[in-house]
Ligand binder design. Structure first.
Ligand SMILES: [Zn+2]
Length: 84
């Protein structure tokens, strides 16, 4: 059983594979700071019950690979890219 000091705080994160160097990269999710009123508005907009606790997390629009330095725009998994 770990000691109290052995605990770490897990944060929501995104995972992507760098197309340039092929490495796996973890990207922190952005947790916007919101007032209780703003949080209540968002809950209502998305139909989230107050009992469903948790943070709203947004993904970064752009990421840079810490290994090779290549930058990319992002899309959410399951999201279809617009075709031009
Ligand atoms: Zn890379």
């Amino acid at each position: 059983m770990p000691n109290q000091e052995d605990f770490v705080t897990l944060q929501p994160a995104y995972l992507w594979d760098c197309p340039e160097c092929g490495r796996e990269v973890f990207e922190r999710g952005c947790i916007p700071e919101m007032s209780a009123e703003e949080m209540a508005e968002l809950r209502e907009e998305f139909g989230i019950e107050v009992a469903d606790q948790g943070d709203f997390v947004t993904m970064p629009d752009e990421v840079t690979c810490p290994h090779c330095g290549a930058s990319f725009s992002t899309e959410h998994y399951g999201q279809t890219r617009p075709t031009n």
